[in-house]
Design a binder for this molecule. Structure first.
Ligand code: SF4
Length: 202
């Protein structure tokens, strides 16, 4: 029986990215060594601080959420690809065969699992692998300062197949201003807002 460290599971709306506003079941896995200073889930970093749950039970939760309206399941973290997700995705396929699987990753690890939607949120201090840049469906770059725009463009050049999104850092007025102005001047980019935070929901 395989298991994964789980910080939390919850059924809400996807707050960010191209699928924002849609009903989603979230599985937040524990463990992250990427170390972003602005991280809003630092409690997820220590892998051993979170209970190891059996993947069959997790997949059953996802299947139940689909019955209650979830349009897809989001595997997030932490950094979910610190774990090999092949077995879990297989279990999800067996127990919730019509539930699309989405992944949110920084892309620093080798890819595993199978997903219909991959959100890559690259970090300048630990850049993603070429494999994830080539596989991602959306590239979501967080903006705090001007250097983040240059990094976002460099990443986008390596992910021409993806949708390109700029997301202002939460509580970053400069990031908001820069992202809005950049998107206004660059028609291939769009703005991503953390709408769940604005709304005060999970
Ligand atoms: Fe936090 Fe994600 Fe950065 Fe990990 S990769 S430190 S979870 S923002």
């Amino acid at each position: 029986m395989s298991s994964l460290p789980v910080v939390e599971t919850f059924h809400s709306l996807q707050g960010e990215g191209l699928h924002a506003g849609r009903s989603a079941f979230f599985i937040r896995l524990g463990g992250c060594t990427v170390g972003c200073s602005w991280c809003d889930t630092k409690h997820s970093w220590p892998q051993t601080a979170h209970p190891a749950l059996e993947t069959q039970a997790l997949a059953a939760e996802a299947a139940a959420a689909q019955q209650q309206g979830a349009a897809f399941v989001v595997i997030t973290g932490g950094e979910p690809l610190h774990h090999n997700l092949d077995g879990f995705c297989q279990t999800l396929t067996e127990m919730a065969p019509t539930l699309p699987r989405h992944l949110e990753t920084s892309g620093v690890d080798p890819f595993s699992g199978s997903f219909s939607w991959i959100t890559l949120s690259p970090k300048a201090h630990k850049p993603p692998t070429q494999e994830l840049l080539a596989r991602c469906n959306e590239l979501k770059a967080v903006v705090h300062g001007p250097e983040d725009l240059a990094f976002a463009e460099a990443m986008a050049a390596q992910a021409p197949q993806a949708q390109w999104l700029l997301q202002p850092g939460w509580d970053s007025p400069q990031g908001q201003q820069l992202a809005v102005e950049f998107v206004r001047n660059h028609p291939l980019w769009r703005l991503s807002l953390q709408s769940h935070k604005w709304l005060g929901v999970r």
